[in-house]
Every structure is written in C-alpha cells, then in structure tokens.
Design a protein around this ligand. Structure first.
Ligand code: GDP
Ligand code: MG
Length: 140
C-alpha cells in the first residue's frame, strides 16, 4: 500500500473544547503522521471557497458560519492509504451513525459540529492541501 497524504481540519467545536490534542492523538494512533499543521481563523471567503462544492446544499450558510465561528487547525496527514485511513477513523458525518472508537463518535456534537474534516479522494486531498499550505510548509 502506498504512503499518501490527506487534508484534515480540526473544526471550531473541537478547538473550543480544547480537543486539538485529543483529536490528533486519535489520528496518530490510526497510523497517520502530521506533516504540516497550523491554527487559523478561517475567513468567510476561505470557508465559502473551501466548501464551494456544497454551495447549493441547504446547510451551506450554516456550515460557513460554523467554520468561521472560531479557530480551526488545518493539517496535512501522511500514511499508508491516508484518505481512507483518515475517513475510517473520522467516522460517519452524523455522529449518531458513527462507529464506536471513531473521532466523531467520541467527540462530535452534531451532524454540523462534527469535530473534523477529511478529504474524500486523493484528487480532492491535493486540491485541499494546496488551498491552505505552501509546499515548503509541509515537512514529511
Ligand atoms: P463529510 O465529508 O463527512 O465531512 O460530510 P459532507 O462532505 O457531506 O459535508 C460537509 C460538512 O457539512 C459536514 O462535515 C458537516 O459539518 C456539514 N453537514 C453535512 N450534512 C449536514 C446537514 O445535513 N446539516 C448541517 N447543518 N450540516 C451538515
Ligand atoms: Mg466531505
């Protein structure tokens, strides 16, 4: 299995509850390595651009408000089959549907305030990494 990269966000509900370390520990225990990380306040323009794929969804406005409601930690994760590995440890979008032992089952507050984002394909991972990081900010 190839070592690949994915993009992760620790969302405002998690930073607000001081869970940056708790989430990161679960990512690391799942076999992922943090090769870039920064804590930022997303602007409305950044959040709208990042989630542009969802702009026709009814929850788009709420999602942008939530993602700009406090600091987030954007990360690049590296590991074997990183996209799938990360999606597996994240759990289902709705924490009510998430499996035991997943980040969202453990920490998420709601389908919206669900603690983490993770890329859903290698192609989107590359796009999302480039949205937030310069190549020199990633140290593998
Ligand atoms: P993900 O890939 O598992 O994060 O889920 P999606 O790509 O489908 O949705 C992106 C994000 O939008 C989710 O992580 C949630 O924060 C939010 N979201 C998804 N579905 C809903 C919904 O039905 N209502 C609300 N308020 N937010 C949602
Ligand atoms: Mg998604």
């Amino acid at each position: 299995m190839a070592v690949t990269r994915t993009f992760s966000i620790i969302k405002p509900d998690a930073t607000r509850r001081n869970l940056t370390g708790g989430v990161t520990k679960m990512l690391e225990e799942a076999g992922l390595r943090v090769v870039a990380s920064k804590r930022i306040q997303m602007s409305q323009e950044q959040a709208e651009g990042f989630y542009a794929v969802h702009k026709e969804r009814p929850f788009f406005g709420d999602l942008v408000s939530f993602m700009t409601s406090g600091p987030v930690v954007v990360q690049v994760l590296e590991g074997e089959d990183a996209v799938k590995r990360n999606r597996d440890v994240m759990g289902a979008t709705n924490p009510a549907d998430a499996a035991e032992g997943t980040i969202r089952k453990t920490f998420a507050e709601s389908i919206e305030a669900n603690s983490v984002h993770g890329s859903d394909s290698d192609e989107n991972a590359a796009i999302e990494i480039a949205f937030f990081f310069k190549p020199e900010e990633i140290v593998g």
